[in-house]
Design a protein around this ligand. Structure first.
Ligand code: PBG
Length: 325
């Protein structure tokens, strides 16, 4: 008895496989996160993220250019200030590192790419939390919202097209939206970190931004065990006017990406975070994985789960592969 149904028929040649592929990745769907360090004379390699650096103002401009040339969809900027304080003043200062870098890139690139920035305090606070602290040491939600409004306006004024409030404060999307509107920035869009989990995979990022955090973020970021809560967060962000919603991290949360994609009527992004990058790089360095195949497989899985857009530290390189084959 020979089987009648032979799915292998469609796998026989490269051309057949290509014709029936369901999930594709295009350069414009990839967003490159970038770090810029105040006062750096040279780009500083990040040990736990081989190939990723803390940029100087100049090297950032050059790398941004290369990314745009390669066709990536956008850039997401993070700043590393020299001095930090309890309320993250460096983020709001128009001469702060992140705002200066946004101004540089907007003047270099205009509207040729989508310039995005992280609306959060953790890079700018001496205690490393994503918000300001109440006298008892807990993160004060509503006082933080006011700071996020100020951060957002500063970043919009510096030239960002799209702002990513990432601190998981309740009401952050609404607060950022109304601060932007009140300051006349009605056209600046908000990428809501709708579902952001308290993940061990942020480890390398903490090195990348020289985080001073002791303890963890479990009173504001989500419990990795919960998916219903992610849907609630996403719905709230949509109600508050989110223009896009994001799930973060990506790979350990593909079911969450899928669930959010099913309820969202705006585009869905997923952030392939520092630890996801580091895992593949480390294994590849040891010769344990075929690096290029592994990278493409991770991105394909995130797209297959339902993400329209993927933030990935491999964005420029992968965009190059996709163009040249
Ligand atoms: C918060 C923020 C973090 C990341 C992006 N925005 C760190 C955190 O929540 O601890 C992590 C990104 C990554 O790990 O690649 N400003």
């Amino acid at each position: 008895m020979f089987p009648t149904h032979r799915p292998r028929r469609l796998r026989r040649t490269e051309a057949l496989r290509r014709m029936v592929t369901e999930t594709t990745i295009a350069p414009h769907q990839l967003v490159l996160p970038m770090f810029v360090k105040e006062g750096a004379a040279e780009p500083v390699p990040i040990g736990s993220m081989p190939g990723v650096v803390q940029h100087t103002r100049d090297s950032l401009r050059k790398a941004a250019h290369e990314a745009v040339e390669a066709g990536v969809g956008g850039l997401m900027l993070f700043g590393i200030p020299i001095t930090k304080d309890a309320v993250g003043s460096g983020g709001i200062d128009p001469d702060g590192v992140l705002n200066v870098a946004l101004r540089d890139l907007r003047s270099d690139l205009g509207d040729a790419t989508v310039l995005m920035s992280d609306v959060c305090l953790d890079e700018f606070t001496d205690h490393g939390h994503c918000g300001v602290l109440a006298p008892d040491g807990t993160v004060d939600n509503d006082a933080t919202l006011r700071r996020y409004g100020e951060l957002a306006v500063a970043q919009a004024e510096a030239g960002a097209h799209l702002l990513g409030p990432s601190g998981m404060m309740d009401g952050q999307v609404g607060a950022v939206r109304s601060a932007l509107d009140a300051a006349g920035h009605r056209d600046v869009a908000v990428l809501a970190y709708a579902a952001k989990y308290a993940s061990a995979f942020y480890g390398p990022f903490r090195e990348a931004v020289e985080s001073s955090l002791e303890g963890d973020r479990r009173t504001y970021q989500q419990d990795p065990a919960n998916v219903r809560e992610a849907l609630r967060e996403a719905r709230l962000d949509l109600d508050e006017g989110a223009d896009l919603v994001m799930v973060k991290p990506a790979m350990s949360y593909l079911d969450v990406v899928r669930a959010v994609a099913e309820i969202s009527d705006v585009p869905v992004a997923a952030y392939q975070i520092s630890g996801e990058y580091a895992m593949v790089e480390a294994a590849a360095e040891k010769g344990w994985l075929d690096r290029r195949r592994a990278v493409l497989e991770t991105l394909t899985s995130i797209r297959r789960a339902g993400a329209d857009i993927v933030l990935t530290y491999w964005a420029t390189e992968v965009a190059g592969w996709l163009r040249t084959g």
